[in-house]
Design a protein around this ligand. Sequence first.
Ligand code: KG4
Ligand code: ZN
Length: 338
Amino acid sequence: MSTILGIESSCDDTSAAIIKDGYLLSNVIANQSVHMIYGGVVPELASRAHQQNIIPVVDQALKKADIQKVDISAVAFTRGPGLLGSLLVGTSFAKSFSLAMDVPLVEVNHLQAHILVHFIKELEKDKNIPEFPFLCLLVSGGHSQLVVVKDYLEMEIIGQTIDDAAGEAFDKCAKVIGLPYPGGPVVDKNAQQGNKNAFTFNKPRIKDLDYSFSGLKTSFLYFIRDKVKENPDFVKNNLMDLCASIQYTIIEVLMDKLEKAVKLTGIKQIAVAGGVSANSGLRNALLERAKIYKWETFIPEFKFTTDNAAMIAITGYYKYLKKEFASQDIAPLARFPY
Ligand code: KG4
Ligand code: ZN
C-alpha cells in the first residue's frame, strides 16, 4: 500500500494531489489570476502566490482525500523545469514535509509527469491505457516535444522545438491581437466560430522531427501590423477567422512532424499531453489522422492537460515503487532534462 502526496509549483499553478496505489483521491489546483493584466507570468508574483497558496492547497487535498498527514507514504515534488522561484516553494515544502513526517522525498521531472497522466486511475472510471512503447506529442507553454515512451520512467526525446513552444506561439499570437493571458484557450474558443482557411501563414521548414514557432509568431505580428495600418478595425472585424487560421497553422505544424515520427518509428499508439493538448482543433486533427492512418490515440481528460499535481503524484508513485528517492540536499532546476 502506498499513498503519495504530489506537489506542483513550476509555473503559475499551485497544486497538491493524493494518489493511493495508482488511484487519484484528490487533485486541488489554485490558479493565479494576478498575471492576467501583464499578458504573461511575472515570476516574482508567481513565487509569492505559491507561498500563499501551498499550505491551504495541501490541506484541501488531504481533506478531499479523507486522509491524515500520517497516512502519507512519500512526498513527490516537481524539481523542474520551471521558474526557479516558483519551484523553490514546492521543493522547500516537500523537503520540510519529508523531514517532519519522516517519509521519503521523490523528485519529479515536470515533462515526464505530463506524459504519465495517461496512467492515472480513478475509482469507478474505466480508462484506456497505452502500452509501451508509445509516441507522445507533449505540447505545453514551455515545451513542444515528440517523445518515445519506452516505460514509465524511460523516455526518449526524438524531436523538439528549437525556439518557442506551441503554447507560447498561441499565447504570443493571442497577445498580438489583444487577447488576455493565457491566450491558448481564448484562441481555441474564438477559432471554433472562424474559418481556418481565411488567412494563410507560412509553415516553418525545419529539418528532422524538430519544431520552430518563433518565425510564425513574427510573421503573424507583421501581418497584423500591416493590416491594422490599412484598417484600424481589422482585428475586431476578423477576430474569429484570425484565431481559426493561426490555430490551424500551429496544429498542422505539430501534426506534420507527428506523422513523420510515426513513419520513422513505426509506432502507432499515439498520445498527447500538456496544456495545448486541451485544444479542440488539435484533438480533432489527431482523431482525423487516427482514422486515416489507423492510429490508436490517447487524449487526456481536460483536467489533466494543464499543470496539476496528480501528474506529479502518479510519477512519484512509479518512482516510489522503484525506491528512487531524493536526498535532503536536492535543489530545484530551472532546466531539467530526462
Ligand atoms: O502544461 P501547461 O499548463 O504549462 C506548462 O507546463 O507550460 O500549458 C500551458 C499552455 C499555455 O501556453 C496555454 O495557452 C496552453 O497551454 N493552452 C492551450 C489551451 N489550453 C491551454 N492552448 C491551446 N488551446 C487550448 N485550449
Ligand atoms: Zn506543464
